[in-house]
Design a protein around this ligand. Sequence first.
Ligand code: ATP
Ligand code: MG
Length: 732
Amino acid sequence: MALQVELIPTGEIIRVVHPHRPCKLALGSDGVRVTMESALTARDRVGVQDFVLLENFTSEAAFIENLRRRFRENLIYTYIGPVLVSVNPYRDLQIYSRQHMERYRGVSFYEVPPHLFAVADTVYRALRTERRDQAVMISGESGAGKTEATKRLLQFYAETCPAPERGGAVRDRLLQSNPVLEAFGNAKTLRNDNSSRFGKYMDVQFDFKGAPVGGHILSYLLEKSRVVHQNHGERNFHVFYQLLEGGEEETLRRLGLERNPQSYLYLVKGQCAKVSSINDKSDWKVVRKALSVIDFTEDEVEDLLSIVASVLHLGNIHFAADEESNAQVTTENQLKYLTRLLGVEGTTLREALTHRKIIAKGEELLSPLNLEQAAYARDALAKAVYSRTFTWLVRKINRSLASKDAESPSWRSTTVLGLLDIYGFEVFQHNSFEQFCINYCNEKLQQLFIELTLKSEQEEYEAEGIAWEPVQYFNNKIICDLVEEKFKGIISILDEECLRPGEATDLTFLEKLEDTVKHHPHFLTHKLADQKTRKSLGRGEFRLLHYAGEVTYSVTGFLDKNNDLLFRNLKETMCSSMNPIMSQCFDRNELSDKKRPETVATQFKMSLLQLVEILKSKEPAYIRCIKPNDAKQPGRFDEVLIRHQVKYLGLMENLRVRRAGFAYRRKYEAFLQRYKSLCPETWPTWAGRPQDGVAVLVRHLGYKPEEYKMGRTKIFIRFPKTLFATEDSLEV
Ligand code: ATP
Ligand code: MG
C-alpha cells in the first residue's frame, strides 16, 4: 500500500497520512507496525468503507448518512460486500491515473480503499486464474456515471493488460469504438449532457496470456424517436451537431449542408444546439480519427456522412396540400440532395413520400397521402434510416473488433469479460412505450441480480461448510411475468392488438389489458382502481407497480411504436438505394418476406432473454451508480433523490442479504496478517497453518462462539462490532 508519510515524530509515533485511511506508524521495540489512526475517529469522519460494517444495517438513514460522509470527503466508492456503490462526483477527482491503476493491481480487495479499479483488477484476476468468463454489470439512472465507469474500466484493461502477440491494434479499436458509438447513440438530455440513448453490452476477449485480442458489442433499443423530435432543452444525437460544426467546408458543400443547426427542423425543436459542456468541433475530430482506427475507408466515411446529411434534409422536406387535400412536396432542393445522397430515383422518392402503396387482391394501388400522413411517412423514413444505420455501425465495429485469430486453436482458450452499460429505471411526468421497455429491462436485470447475489452467498456458505440460513426477499418474477408471459402478458396482448390493423387502437389494447390482467396485484387502470386511487389515473393510462416504485404509462402510441411499420413503397425505394450502407440496411428479401416481422417489444424481449442467458453464464460483478443531484453539480448531496435511488437499486435488500448470515468474512491468511500483532503467540510470525493461527488469535481476543464461524478457507464474523473492537485494539 502506497502511503504518504508525514514525519511528525510524537514520541515514538510517526503520523502517516493516507488519503483515505488515516494510519499511525509505530516504532516499537519489536518492529514497525502500521495501524489505523484512531479507527473510531476515522469512522466518524469518513464512514465505513463497506456497508456491511454498519451497526444498524437495516436503517436506510444510517446507509445514507454513511454515503454522505464519504461523499463529503470525496470518497465516492463504498462496497456492499463485493458490490461497488459509486456516487457521481461531477468533478475530476484525479483518481484514474496510471499510478492509481498500479496501486490497485494485484492487491486484495479489502486492503485498499474501495475503487473501481479494485473491482477491475479483481475481475481480471478471476478471469485469469480461474479461467471463468466474467461480467461487470453497471446500473443506475441517467447521469449516474455508468458510461464513465465503463470507459474507465476499458482504459484500465487497455493500459494494464499485456499486449497481444499479434493484432495489437485491437486495444485501440476497443477504445476508439466508444467515441463513434457515442456520437451516433448519445445526446444531450435534461438529465445528462452525454446521455446514452441505447443499451450496450460489450465483450472483451482475452487470450490465455491475459492480453485483449478481440471484442463484440450488442446494442439495445436505440431511442430513435429523438431523430425527429426533442423536448425543450434537449438535443438530437451528437453526430448532427458535430458534423455541422466540425465538418470541412468541402464536405459540407458536397452534402448540401449549412453550418447553422438552426437551419434544420430536426435540430431546432429542443432549442439548445449549443451546450457549454460540449465542444462539437473537437469531438468531431476525435470521431473522424476514431472512424479510421476502426477500419472505415474514406469511401465508407463519405457514405456514412451522406446518410447523416440526408436525415437532416428529410427533416426539411415540406408538403403543401393540392386542391384534393393530397400532399405535394414543395422543397425541391432538399429532394434533389436526398436523391443524390441516398442514390435513389427522384420520382420514386417523391411518390413514396406522398403516396402509400396498397396491395389488394394481387393488384398494386397507389393511395395519395394527406399532409399529416405525409409528414408521418417522412418522419418514419428518417427514423428507419437513422436507426438502421446505427445497427449497421455496430455490426461494422464488431467486424473490426473481431479477433483476427478466430480460426487459430488458441481462440478456443480465450476468456471473456463483459461490460454492461444499460439504461436505468426511468420515471417521467409522462411515460410511454420507451419507458415501458426500459423499465421491463430493469425488472429483468434486478431479478438476475437478486438471483445471483443470493446464489453466490449460498454457494460461498456451502463451499465453506457453513450452515446456510435462508433469507426472505421480494422476488420480482411476478412483475416480469406480468410483462412477458405468453398469451397473458402485456407484450403478448399488445402484439395481438397489433395484428388487427384498422380495428385495434391504443384504447382497445388498454381494454383488452383490463380484461386479461384485472386482478393482478401489480397492475392498475382507471377502471380497476378504487375511488381514491382513480383520481390519479387518466383513462388512457395503466400503472405498473415495479420493484422500484409505481409508474403510470400512457398507452398513446403503443401500437404504432410496437408495429414500427414503414410504408411499403418507402421500403422499396430504400432497397433500390445506391448508397452501399443503405443497401445493406434495406435488404430486398424484406420485401418478399411474407412473414410479419417481430414487433419491437417482442424483439426487445427476446434480446433481453438472450442477454440474461449471456450474463448467467458468467461470473457477475456489480457496480451500482448513484446520481447525487439533478443540477449536474459537484458537492451537492440531494438526500431525497439519493434515497429514491438507494431504494430502487435494491441496495438495502442487497445489504440485508449480505448481512443475513455474517457481516464480514476474510481469508485466514489475510486475517492473520492484519491482526497477528494482537497476540503474543502469533506475533511476529506464526509457523503453523494460518487457520490454526487465526483460531489461537481469536481465542486470545476473547471472541465468543456465537460471534464467528471458521469455514474451510475463511473466518466469518457475525457482527461488525466484533471486528471494530479488534480494529480498535490495533491502536497503539
Ligand atoms: P445515461 O444513462 O444518461 O447514459 P450515465 O449513467 O451513463 O447516464 P455518464 O454519462 O457516465 O452517466 O455520466 C454523466 C456525467 O457525469 C459525465 O459526463 C461526467 O461529467 C460526470 N461523471 C460521471 N462519473 C464521473 C466520475 N467518476 N468522475 C467525474 N465525473 C463523472
Ligand atoms: Mg450512459
